[in-house]
Design a protein around this ligand. Sequence first.
Ligand code: PEP
Ligand code: MN
Length: 338
Amino acid sequence: MIIVMGREVTDAQIAAVTKKLEAAGLKANISRGVERTVIGAIGDERQLTPEMFTPLPGVESAMHIAKQYKIVSRESHKQDSIIDIGGIRLGGKQIQIIAGPCSVETQTQMDLAAKFVHEAGCRLMRGGAFKPRTSPYAFQGHGVEGLDMFRKAADKFKLPIVTELMDARQIDAFMEYDVDVIQIGTRNMQNFDLLKEVGRTNKPVILKRGMSATISEWLMSAEYIAAGGNHNIIFCERGIRTFETAYRNVLDVTAIPVLKKETHLPVIVDPSHAGGKAWMVPALSQAAIAAGADGLLIEMHPSPCDAWCDADQALTPDELKKLMGTLGAIAGAIGRTL
Ligand code: PEP
Ligand code: MN
């Protein structure tokens, strides 16, 4: 952290800043210039906040210089991390496509969906048993019963399951049904207590970007999970809110290379919740893979027009199969495998 002192700073004001730094176990490096005096904090500055210094007399500004995220940062781990999901690798050269319905509806729907996910060549399956819905009157998901249907359907094709955790009280059920990947949804990206709880598990976690979250807030949320000991984190860009109303969200493709630079952890994209319409999904998926995404989370329903949730954005089984073909070609062109 550096603390910038104003033009007319006094020795007593510099001493007060130094004392505060020393009380926190850091040392002060004072550089007196003609215009300004800059005090550099030497030591672990992560415990400091600018607000500890800005109210002090003579202080003009204070700012962090080290990154606030440590474990998830590329600085701490140069190589790309590969997440092992029951023997299926996500990250590195390998691209993984996770597909399935928005929500778990019936055993028949899940059995069919699992078959189509497998036939399309995808190695992991998604489906929500606990659904975060805008309206309290909309279908909220089947809960634990949904986990049971999901597990049964996916097991027939040995597909690891990805499903959303909304509340720490659901963790025991997630363990009982041996959920392979815990999804943290956009609405919970900054539910810090929930992040701490998943940080205590050893399950891979897909951390979706908050719909209005900055990259740095997103990285800090991942750090919450990592700080608890769970480093199996996958970032998922799912579109952000902007002034545009022509589509559900804006897919932030720029976030892919930026995150890949900032973190060693894999980055996937959800083109379904970004565009919000099935016809946009192939174009957004292709853009994401071309831009360096390590995978996709795609909504596919055996019969989209009958879907209980997000019917507009679900691909048909045939559309998913066709998309897998084009994605394979893009992956090959950039030296990766699908
Ligand atoms: C979902 O994946 O079904 C979902 C609810 O996504 P998001 O949290 O991105 O809205
Ligand atoms: Mn959905």
